[in-house]
Design a protein around this ligand. Structure first.
Ligand code: S3P
Length: 433
C-alpha cells in the first residue's frame, strides 16, 4: 500500500486529457466481445477496473489485443462465448460484475464471477432479482454478496419490463444485456435518469433501442451485433477532480481536453457554475453518439465560491463526484448539503463515512447523515494523514484537499487511484505550482 504526500499549491495551469471514460470502456469491452467482427477502441480507459473487464471477456473467448490505450477485440459473436476455465475475476469493479452478470445469465454454460475484498462486500441482489425474473439460474453468496454463480437458464431467458428500485445504470445495463439473449422485448423503467451509455453503445452495435420518458426498451434480441470503431471520450468523473481543484484557484488557467460532455455526465459543470466557478466549454463535437468537448476552469474572479444543496436527480447524476464536491465545499460560503445519497454507503467504500472521517482528520467539521452529509464552509483544511480506505475516488478527492490545506497531506493507500486513473498523481504534479 503506497502513501502519497500532497503539498499546498499556489495555482493550477496547463492542459489535461483524462483517460477514456470508465463507464463507456466497460460497455464496449463487453459488447465488442459479443460482436461479429473486429472492434477498434481507441482511448480505452487505462484504469484497472476496465482491464478487469477485458480479462473476463478474454477468458470467455474474445481475442483481445492491447497496445497502450488502443484495444482491439475480435468478437466471439452473440452466441459464441465459451465456458471460462476458472472463476472470472472482476477485481475491484462493481461495473464488471454487475453488467457482465446480464451476459453470463444468458449463456448455455455455467460460470462464476467474484472479486476483491471490497467488491465482496457490495450488494448484488439488485442484479440477481431482475435476472431471476427473466428466468436466469443465478445465485449470490450469503447476504446477496459476490461471488455470483450461473447455470444455464433451464427454459432460456424471457424479456421483462423492469422498474428499477434504485436508480442504477449498472442494473439497467445488466437487464438490457440479458435482453440480448432473451425471447421478446426487454424494458427498464428508471425512477431517475442514469447515465445512458448502454443505450448509445447498443445502438452503435446495431441493436434496436427506444427511449421514452424514462423507459428504455430493447426490441427482441438482435441476430448479431456490429463491431465498432471509435475513440472513447475522456472520463468526466476523472476530470471532476481537476475541475473542482481549479474552482478553488481564481487565477487557474486549466484546460481539460477530449472529455465526455454527455448531458447525463455533465451536471457537475452546472453545479460548479452555480457555485460561481468559471467553467467554459471551448469546443464540442459528437463521436459515436457521445458528446465530447474541451473545457476551461477557474475559480470566481471576485469573492468566494457559494455553497449549494444537491438532492434527488442531481445526486444520481453526481454520485461519483460527491467525494470531491465535499472537499470543494470547504472553500464555499455556506458549504454543501448532500441528500438522497444512501448509495454512497455501498460504493468501493462507505463514502459518506470516508469523507466525514478524512475531513475531520483535516480539522474540518462534517455532519454525516444516513443518506448524505453536511459540510459547513468556509473552513481551513489542515495538514493531516488521511486514509483512502482503498477507494480510488476518496484517494483522489483528498489529494485535491491537499492543494488547499495549510501543510502536507499524507494519503495512505493512495495507489488505489489506479482503479480509474493511473496517471492521476503525475498529472496533478504537472499542473500545480
Ligand atoms: C456506473 C454507474 C454508477 C457509478 C459507477 C459506474 C456505470 O453506479 O457509480 O461508478 O458505469 O454504469 P450505479 O449504477 O451503482 O449507480
Amino acid at each position: 500500500m503506497s502513501t502519497q504526500v500532497i503539498r499546498p499549491a499556489c495555482n493550477l495551469s496547463g492542459a489535461v486529457r483524462p483517460p477514456g471514460d470508465k463507464s463507456i470502456s466497460h460497455r464496449y469491452g463487453m459488447l465488442g466481445a459479443l460482436a461479429s467482427g473486429r472492434s477498434h477502441l481507441a482511448n480505452y480507459s487505462t484504469g484497472a477496473d476496465c482491464a478487469s473487464t477485458l480479462a473476463c471477456m478474454a477468458a470467455l473467448g474474445a481475442k483481445i489485443e492491447r497496445r497502450d490505450d488502443v484495444v482491439e477485440i475480435e468478437g466471439a459473436g452473440l452466441r459464441g462465448l465459451r465456458p471460462p476455465a476458472a472463476p472470472l475475476d472482476a477485481g475491484n469493479s462493481g461495473s464488471t460484475i454487475r453488467m457482465l452478470a446480464g451476459i453470463l445469465a444468458g449463456q448455455p454454460f455455467a460460470s462464476e464471477i467474484g472479486g476483491d475484498a471490497s467488491l465482496s462486500r457490495r450488494p448484488m441482489r439488485r442484479v440477481v432479482e431482475p435476472l431471476q425474473q427473466m428466468g436466469a439460474a443465478i445465485a449470490a453468496a450469503e447476504g446477496g454478496l459476490p461471488p455470483l454463480r450461473f447455470a444455464p437458464a433451464p427454459s432460456g431467458l424471457s424479456g421483462i419490463e423492469y422498474r428499477l428500485p434504485v436508480a442504477s445504470a449498472q442494473v439497467k445495463t445488466a437487464v438490457l444485456f440479458a435482453g440480448l439473449f432473451a425471447r421478446g422485448a426487454t424494458a427498464v423503467i428508471e425512477p431517475q435518469p442514469t447515465r445512458d451509455h448502454t443505450e448509445i453503445a447498443l445502438r452503435q452495435c446495431g441493436a434496436r433501442i427506444s427511449v421514452q420518458r424514462g423507459r428504455v426498451e430493447l426490441a427482441a434480441a438482435p441476430g448479431e451485433l456490429r463491431p465498432v470503431d471509435l475513440t472513447i471520450p475522456g472520463d468526466p468523473s476523472s476530470a471532476a477532480f481537476f475541475l473542482c481543484a481549479a474552482a478553488m484557484f481564481p487565477e487557474a488557467t486549466l484546460v481539460i481536453q477530449g472529455v465526455s460532455v454527455n448531458p447525463r455526465r455533465a451536471v457537475l459543470l452546472d453545479v460548479l457554475r452555480r457555485m460561481g466557478a468559471r467553467i467554459g466549454i471551448v469546443e464540442i463535437a459528437e463521436t459515436a453518439g457521445e458528446l465530447v468537448g474541451t473545457l476551461s476552469a477557474a475559480g470566481p474572479a471576485r469573492g468566494r465560491l457559494q455553497g449549494t444543496s444537491i438532492a434527488g436527480a442531481e445526486t444520481v447524476a453526481l454520485i461519483d463526484e460527491i467525494p470531491v464536491l465535499a472537499v470543494l465545499a470547504t472553500a464555499c460560503e455556506g458549504g454543501l448539503h448532500v441528500a438522497d445519497a444512501a448509495e454512497l454507503r455501498v460504493k468501493e467504500s462507505d463514502r459518506i463515512a470516508a469523507i466525514a472521517e478524512n475531513l475531520r482528520r483535516m480539522g474540518a467539521r462534517c455532519e454525516e447523515r444516513p443518506d448524505g452529509l453536511i459540510v459547513p464552509g468556509p473552513q481551513q483544511l489542515h495538514a493531516a494523514a488521511v486514509d483512502s480506505r482503498g477507494d480510488h475516488r476518496i484517494a483522489m478527492a483528498f489529494a485535491i484537499a491537499g492543494l488547499v490545506a495549510d501543510g502536507p497531506v499524507e494519503i495512505a493507500g493512495a495507489d488505489c487511484a489506479a482503479i480509474s486513473y493511473p496517471e492521476f498523481y503525475s498529472t496533478l504534479a504537472r499542473i500545480t505550482d
